[in-house]
Design a protein around this ligand. Structure first.
Ligand code: IPD
Ligand code: CA
Length: 272
């Protein structure tokens, strides 16, 4: 198998993210929004999530019929090319339903398991965050660099919460430990945008547990290409257990604060 050119994959992701973004804006303005429920009563999905995923999947397969695809709304295609696309057609569906700012279309392309291109598009703000492996990260074409702050007590850190009540109880207990040690906390409502904002230096760091591959794949590459360190709790690759993204100036401190908080919470007999 020949390795693909990440720039070609990035161009396709960009084109499809913009088209899907336009579709979601149009559906938000014209269609009746009756969300369905997914994993819990707070986990929403709309016709726009499904329509955007179909648009993206059809667009990929029209040009690259041998690729694999994993999408939040059920796309699961096994291809032979070694390229896999990981798609969240609307990350931040609650923001979308409530017409709040900050929902995104997230598209990543992996080559043999490594993300080599990623796009996070915020259609309401018309901001497109993009990166390809080794070529840096951009927002609407301008280069991005993560923040250089080094005092955690002065840093704005974003996080997010899952949809299961017990998972949220653990996340809330960790937040109780972390909040006094940071400048402030943000909960934007889209993990993909959280990671893109770390890349842009709009926040100083981000962590979340329980994410799926489609929430974080594109944003993690964008953050890393803007200079952030993106790991789990133990210096490994980010995973469903934990994603931490922060500049080198605060990543070690944030990671040890989170490690201590999770150790305390697990010591009380709970896991996440
Ligand atoms: C969610 C968002 C949210 C994060 C959740 C995700 P969805 O994705 O990224 O910010 O906290 O963990 O599940 O459900 O809006 O696609
Ligand atoms: Ca998501």
């Amino acid at each position: 198998m020949t390795a693909p050119d990440p720039t070609t994959l990035l161009s396709l992701a960009t084109e499809l993210a913009r088209s899907a973004g336009a579709l979601t804006l149009e559906m938000r303005a014209t269609a009746r929004l009756v969300p369905d429920l997914k994993s819990s009563v707070s986990d929403l999905v709309t016709a726009a999530d499904r329509a955007a995923e179909s648009l993206i999947v059809d667009g990929i397969l029209a040009q690259r019929p041998d690729d694999s695809i994993l999408g939040e709304e059920g796309a699961d295609t096994e291809g032979t090319s070694g390229v896999r696309w990981v798609i969240d057609p609307i990350d931040g569906t609650s923001n979308y339903v409530y017409d709040l700012p900050g929902y995104t279309i997230s598209i990543a392309a992996e080559w043999e398991g490594t993300t080599v291109a990623g796009v996070v598009f915020d259609p309401k703000a018309d901001e497109l965050f993009a990166a390809s492996q080794g070529a840096g990260a951009t927002m609407n074409g301008s280069p991005l660099r993560c923040s250089e702050r080094s005092v955690l007590e002065q840093c704005i850190i974003a996080t997010g919460f899952g949809y299961q009540p017990e998972q949220r109880r653990v996340q809330a207990e960790v937040l109780v430990s972390v909040l006094p040690l940071v400048g402030n906390i943000r909960r934007l409502g889209s993990a993909a945008l959280d990671l893109a904002y770390v890349a842009a230096g709009r926040t100083d760091g981000y962590w979340e547990t329980g994410l799926n591959a489609w929430d974080a794949a594109a944003g993690a590459l964008i953050a890393a290409e803007a200079g952030a360190i993106v790991t789990d709790l133990d210096h490994g690759a980010p995973s469903q257990d934990m994603v931490i993204a922060a500049p080198p100036s605060i990543h070690p401190t944030l990671q040890s604060v989170l490690k201590a908080a999770y150790t305390t919470v697990s010591g009380q007999g709970r896991d996440d």
